[in-house]
Design a protein around this ligand. Structure first.
Ligand SMILES: [Zn+2]
Length: 399
């Protein structure tokens, strides 16, 4: 049965202008046609297809968040997460992924979770036990021996030297990782982390990247400081996460290599708003970064670096299901136009995480992951946080 969604204004995700009086034809889980009604000729007997009139509504692709941690709940102090046992954490993650899907995110990349519970949640969604987005997941984060990893007990695979890094990558792949994640610099989120300091060396990172590529899987590098970004780029990673302290040289390296930058910007405001219960060491580091972050991301865009949307959802007060607030941040801080920000959270995001052949835009042959909005997101981007009327994943209405 074909379903013909008629008369909505359609944003394809490709960056093209919105199409008024559009037609979106869905058969089973795929898109058969997407575009202007003028370019459509009905191929099937209208008796055998169902028409849905969406006059006055907007259709956009399902959103994609390239950086989440499904098993973190958003506690004021993430150290408390260590008190939640894995069984409960797994169930909680399932619930949070359902919230994420209902918020319009039909795909997420999960970049670090304790004790491989991400694979169980992903499997549960694919088996139809509960609803959730399509998940690309990394298993544990590969990190060198350093202070602070105990803050997220069970989330890191500790590896020192090329051989151990290779083995850690292989272990994640054995467990079922869709991509790999490593620490190229220190972190904001633990007390000992020095975000500006490089961590894994270039040859260690390269070993991880190579192991992933053997199976066609990319590597994401957590990197704040410039040297760590450069090490990761030289070693062949596909995405730089955060990039908060990128200097001109690091930006040039990213642009030249064609890597994607996944800035996670709005969480810094969230930390500040909750400064009374977020640990002081995080507030201090976050405050420093915030001063220059917007300018750095603008510079990166100017240099031609593709920006894919990510939230770091699950971190302190950065709740799953509120992911679209990052898109709002990009627009309200004049980093991107609304159309650009929607692309960063759809097609560019899909390209970054390697799912653009099936997701990220409303184009013929792709999966029918789309949202129906009851207001225009171009004139008010906050529509994405509150006016999503329906979410479809693979042509199915998410109830
Ligand atoms: Zn993260």
């Amino acid at each position: 049965m074909q379903i013909v969604y008629k008369n909505a204004t359609l944003i394809s995700g490709t960056g093209d202008s919105p199409v008024p009086n559009s037609i979106l034809v869905v058969e089973d889980d795929k898109i058969l046609f997407s575009g202007s009604a003028e370019n459509w000729s009905q191929t099937q007997d209208p008796e055998e297809s169902k028409a849905v009139d969406l006059k006055g509504k907007w259709i956009i692709p399902g959103l994609i968040d390239c950086h989440i941690h499904m098993d973190l709940f958003g506690f004021g102090d993430t150290f408390q997460e260590n008190l939640v046992e894995d069984k409960l954490r797994t169930l909680r993650s399932a619930r949070l992924m359902s919230d994420t899907l209902r918020a319009g995110f039909t795909t997420v990349r999960n970049v670090g979770t304790v004790n491989y519970i991400d694979f169980a949640v992903k499997e549960g969604i694919e088996a139809g036990y509960f609803t959730g987005p399509r998940i690309e997941t990394a298993g544990k984060i590969i990190s060198m021996t350093c202070s602070g990893t105990e803050y997220f007990d069970g989330m890191y695979s500790i590896a020192d030297g090329v051989d151990e890094c290779r083995k850690a990558a292989r272990e994640q792949l054995k467990q079922g990782a869709d991509c790999l994640k490593l620490m190229a610099t220190g972190a904001v989120m633990n007390p000992g982390g020095v975000p500006g300091a490089a961590q894994l060396n270039e040859d260690e990172i390269r070993a991880v990247v190579e192991e992933g590529l053997k199976l066609g899987k990319h590597t994401a590098a957590h990197a704040h400081g410039a040297q760590g970004i450069i090490n990761a780029v030289n070693a062949g990673v596909r995405t730089i996460e955060h990039g908060t302290m990128a200097d001109d040289q690091a930006i040039e390296a990213m642009a030249e290599a064609g890597v994607f930058l996944v800035p996670t910007m709005s969480l810094h405001d969230v930390f500040m708003e909750n400064a009374d219960s977020v640990p002081g060491f995080m507030i201090e580091k976050s405050q420093d970064m915030q001063k220059t972050y917007i300018e750095i991301v603008k510079k990166a865009i100017k240099a031609g670096i593709r920006i894919a949307m990510g939230t770091d959802a699950g971190t302190n007060y950065n709740f799953h299901g509120t992911n679209a607030s990052e898109i709002v941040y990009l627009v309200e801080n004049k980093i991107m136009t609304p159309l650009e920000a929607i692309s960063a959270a759809t097609l560019v995001a899909a390209e970054a995480i390697g799912t653009a052949h099936t997701a990220g835009s409303l184009e013929k042959g792709k999966l029918a992951d789309f949202l129906i909005l009851d207001k225009d997101p171009i004139s008010d981007i906050r529509v994405l946080t509150k006016n999503i009327e329906q979410v479809y994943k693979g042509g199915q209405l998410v109830s």
